[in-house]
Design a protein around this ligand. Structure first.
Ligand SMILES: [Zn+2]
Length: 693
C-alpha cells in the first residue's frame, strides 16, 4: 500500500519550505562569532587608543556604536529639536552627553614666593620647575603666611596617629609625601599615599594650605607633579601643591640637601619605633622633640590658579520600543561600558605609562555583546513586548560616571525600568566558568538563570537556532514522505500521528560538545559591584551582571582581541538573550529584593559600616547619596536616596573623600550626628555605625 500524504500535510511542508527560504535570506540570525570579532577587533584596535573617557578615541567609539544602533533602526535616546538632516546629526541623537573634566592645566596666576624677613629679600619660585599644584587643589591666594612642619601630614584616629601639632592652625603645612610604611602597599598607612587624605587632614587641622615634598630629586620625575584630575570629589577646599626637594631645603633651617634625606630617614625611624612599641599615640604631634625638623621662620605667599577643562563625553543610548501596548511603557536596560584606560595612568596596572591599553575584554567584549543583542532582539521574532534600552556607557573606569549620570537623568523613567542587565568582561570564558552577579536583587533570578543553564535548554536553544536558520550553516532537511519508513537518524521536526518522524533535520554544525555543556556558574547575591549595574541597583532596580572573571591581562596593554574566546562569548550572549526574552514573557515585572552585600567598603579596610551608597559624581558641597541599604544603620537613621551629607561625626563633608575620612574615625556602636541637606531643608540625624563583619 502506498501512503498518500494528506493535503494538510503538504501545505505544512510548503509552509516549512517557505519559512526556511525566508530565513535563508536573513544573514546571521544567531549570535555571530564573525560580528563579535569585527566589533571587538575595531574597538580594541590601536586606532582608538584605548578609549579613555573624553579622548577622541572614546568619542570615535561612541559614534561607531551610534552608527550600529542607527543601522539596526533603534530609536535614538536623545531627541533633537528638529529632525536630523545628516548622518552625523542622526548619530548624534544617540549620544547622551555628561559633564567630565578630561584634563587640568595651569592658569595665569600661579605664584610662590618666600620672604626672608626684609621686604626687599623675596625669592620667587617657578611653577612647573620648583613646584606644581595638584589637580584637585583649590584656587586662591594666601599672603605672607608662616610655615609649620607636619611630618607625613597624616591623621588616623583608628591608628591613634596624628602628625598635626596644634600650632599648624592658620599656617601653611609642609609634609613629606608617602607614609611611615615606606612603599609597602599593604601597610597600615597605605591609603595615605593618596594626597587627597592629607589635604583633608590639613584642612581639618586648620592649615591654610598644604605643601608636599616630592620623593624624586627632580620635580618633573615625581608622579605628583603631573597635573591630573580624578573626577571624583571636587576640589580639596584648600590650596595643595607639591614642591621640589630643592625648594623644601630652602624652607627648612638646614641648608644641606643631604640633610633633608637624613632628616626624613630619622623621622621615619622614630615613627616606626613608636609603631613597633605600640605607643598609645604617636605621629609628629606626639614627638618629644618637635623641633627635630625645624622649618625656617619665613613667610610664604602662594597663589594657585588651575583650570579644569571639560571634554565631551557620552553614553550611547538606543531604544527598541516594545510591541505590547500595555507593557511597552516598561523597559529593560541592557548595558556595557565602552570606555577604557587610554594609554595607561590612573587605573592601569601596567608598569609604565604610554602604551595603548586595548581593553578587548574590558570591555569591547561587553559592547560587542550589546550590539549583537540589539541586532537579535530587533530582528528576530517574537519582538520584545517591553521596551529595551541599549546603553553603551562611558566614564566607567573613572568611577561609574556615565551610568551614575544616566540613573540621575534617565531616558525611560526609573520607576518603569524593571531590570538592568550588565555585561562587563565577557570575553574570557575558560572551563565554562561564568560569574553572574545580582542574583539576590530579584526573586525570579535564581530559578530563571538555572532554567536556562540545563543541558536540555541548551540543546533546545541549539535546535531552535538550527531550525530557524539561526546557525551559520542551515540544517540539512530530510523529508520522509512515508512516515512508516521514517529514517531514525536526524532530529525529528514533524512527527506523524503514529509517532514516527516524517521530517528530520541533520545539523551539520551542532555546537562542539564542550560548548553545549552548561556553564559552571558562580552566583553572587550582591547587586553592587565594580561596574555600571551598581548605579541601577542603588535605585532599587533588579540587576544581573555577567562576567567571565579576572585574568593576568586585566587593565594592561596586553588585554588584546586575539585573546578573546569568541565561541565562548557567543554562548554567553545567547544565554543573556534567552534570559532577556524570559523576563519579557511574564506580564509581571521581576520582584525587587534586597541582596546580601559582599563587597562594599572592604577595600578601605573600615571596621564600621553605615550602608550608604555614595554618588561618585563631582561635588564640592556635600556627599550625595544614590541610595541607602535596607535595614542598615543609614536607613535606621532615616537617611534616604538623594540626601546630601554635609557633616558627619563633627567633620565637614564636602565630597566622598571627606566622607570616607570621617567614616574612618567612627566607632561601631557609638552614636554620631549626621547633618544632611534634603531638598531645601537642613536636617540633623543620629546614626550608630555597625561593626563590619
Ligand atoms: Zn576596567
Amino acid at each position: 500500500m502506498k501512503h498518500k500524504p494528506s493535503n494538510r500535510f503538504l501545505a505544512f511542508l510548503l509552509l516549512l519550505a517557505l519559512s526556511l527560504g525566508a530565513f535563508a535570506q536573513t544573514p546571521q540570525p544567531s549570535v555571530s562569532v564573525n560580528r563579535l570579532q569585527q566589533i571587538i577587533g575595531y574597538l580594541a584596535s590601536d586606532a582608538l587608543e584605548g578609549r579613555r573617557t573624553g579622548t577622541p578615541g572614546a568619542n570615535d567609539s561612541a559614534h561607531y556604536i551610534a552608527g550600529e544602533f542607527s543601522l539596526l533602526g533603534l530609536r535614538p535616546g536623545m531627541q533633537l529639536a528638529r529632525p536630523a538632516r545628516t548622518r552625523g546629526e542622526n548619530r548624534a541623537q544617540f549620544l547622551q552627553p555628561f559633564p567630565y573634566v578630561a584634563y587640568v592645566e595651569l592658569g595665569k596666576s600661579n605664584l610662590f614666593f618666600m620672604n626672608r624677613g626684609r621686604p626687599d629679600d623675596a625669592m620667587q619660585f617657578l611653577v612647573g620647575k620648583d613646584w606644581m599644584p595638584l589637580g584637585f587643589s583649590s584656587n586662591g591666594r594666601i599672603e605672607a603666611t608662616p610655615l609649620a612642619f607636619v611630618g607625613y601630614g597624616i591623621t588616623d584616629a583608628e591608628l591613634k596617629y596624628d602628625d598635626y601639632p596644634s600650632a599648624v592652625k592658620g599656617k601653611i603645612a609642609i609634609a613629606f609625601s608617602g607614609t611611615p610604611d615606606g612603599d609597602n602597599p599593604h601597610g597600615k598607612f597605605a591609603r595615605y599615599e593618596d594626597v587627597r587624605w592629607k589635604a583633608i587632614a590639613a584642612r581639618n587641622a586648620g592649615a591654610k594650605a598644604l605643601l608636599v615634598i616630592t620623593q624624586e630629586n627632580n620635580l618633573q620625575d615625581d608622579r605628583l607633579s603631573r597635573l591630573r584630575y580624578d573626577n571624583s570629589a571636587g576640589d580639596s577646599g584648600i590650596p595643595v601643591t607639591v614642591i621640589s626637594r630643592q625648594l623644601a631645603i630652602r624652607l627648612f633651617r638646614e641648608s644641606d640637601g643631604e640633610k633633608l634625606g637624613a632628616l626624613e630617614t630619622a623621622f621615619r625611624l622614630v615613627i616606626s619605633q613608636h609603631l613597633a612599641h605600640g605607643a598609645a599615640s604617636f605621629g609628629f604631634s606626639a614627638l618629644q622633640d618637635a623641633n627635630m625638623i625645624p622649618v625656617a621662620n619665613y613667610a610664604l605667599t602662594l597663589s594657585i590658579d588651575i583650570v579644569r577643562r571639560e571634554a565631551p563625553s557620552f553614553n550611547v543610548v538606543g531604544i527598541l520600543p516594545g510591541t505590547e501596548p500595555k507593557l511597552k511603557d516598561e523597559a529593560i536596560v541592557i548595558g556595557a561600558h565602552y570606555d577604557h584606560l587610554g594609554r595607561g595612568g590612573e587605573g592601569s596596572l601596567a608598569p609604565r605609562e604610554g602604551d595603548i591599553h586595548h581593553g578587548a575584554d574590558d570591555n569591547a567584549s561587553g559592547v560587542a555583546g550589546l550590539i549583537e543583542l540589539a541586532r537579535l532582539l530587533s530582528t528576530q521574532n517574537p519582538k520584545p513586548r517591553r521596551t529595551i534600552v541599549f546603553i553603551a556607557f562611558s566614564g566607567e573606569e573613572e568611577g561609574l560616571i556615565g551610568s551614575s549620570y544616566y540613573v540621575n537623568h534617565p531616558i525611560v523613567p526609573l520607576a518603569n525600568t524593571i531590570a538592568m542587565i550588565n555585561m562587563d568582561m565577557i570575553g574570557r570564558l575558560k572551563d565554562q566558568k561564568l560569574i553572574v552577579g545580582g542574583i539576590g536583587t530579584a526573586q525570579e533570578w535564581r530559578s530563571m538563570i538555572g532554567a536556562h543553564n540545563t543541558p536540555e535548554s541548551i540543546r533546545t536553544a541549539a535546535l531552535n537556532d538550527a531550525l530557524s536558520g539561526r546557525m551559520s550553516s542551515p540544517p540539512n532537511l530530510r523529508v520522509n514522505v512515508d512516515p512508516t519508513k521514517a529514517s531514525p537518524t536526524g532530529v525529528p521536526i514533524v512527527v506523524a500521528a503514529n509517532g514516527q518522524p516524517v521530517v528530520t533535520a541533520e545539523m551539520p554544525k551542532l555546537p562542539p560538545p564542550d560548548l553545549a555543556r552548561p556553564f559552571a556558574l558562580t552566583l553572587n547575591e550582591d547587586g553592587y559591584g565594580p561596574s555600571d549595574h551598581s548605579s541601577f541597583y542603588s535605585k532599587q532596580i533588579p540587576v544581573l551582571f555577567f562576567w567571565t572573571g579576572n585574568h593576568d591581562d586585566y587593565h594592561k596593554p596586553s588585554d588584546t582581541a586575539d585573546k578573546i574566546n569568541y565561541e565562548g562569548e557567543a554562548r554567553i550572549v545567547s544565554f543573556v538573550e534567552r534570559i532577556v526574552r524570559d523576563i519579557g514573557k511574564s506580564d509581571k515585572r521581576p520582584a525587587y529584593t534586597v541582596a546580601k552585600s559582599d563587597s562594599q567598603g572592604r577595600t578601605m579596610g573600615f571596621r564600621v559600616y553605615l550602608g550608604t551608597i555614595p554618588n561618585y559624581a563631582d561635588s564640592n558641597d556635600g556627599l550625595k547619596l544614590d541610595g541607602v541599604r535596607d535595614d542598615s544603620p543609614a536607613s535606621k537613621a532615616g537617611l534616604k536616596a538623594g540626601d546630601k551629607i554635609v557633616k558627619m561625626a563633627g567633620r565637614e563633608v564636602k565630597n566622598v573623600y571627606d566622607y570616607t575620612y570621617a567614616l574612618g574615625e567612627m566607632k561601631a556602636g557609638e552614636e554620631y550626628e549626621v547633618e544632611i541637606v534634603r531638598g531645601s531643608e537642613r536636617l540633623k540625624l543620629k546614626i550608630t555605625p555597625a561593626a563590619r563583619k
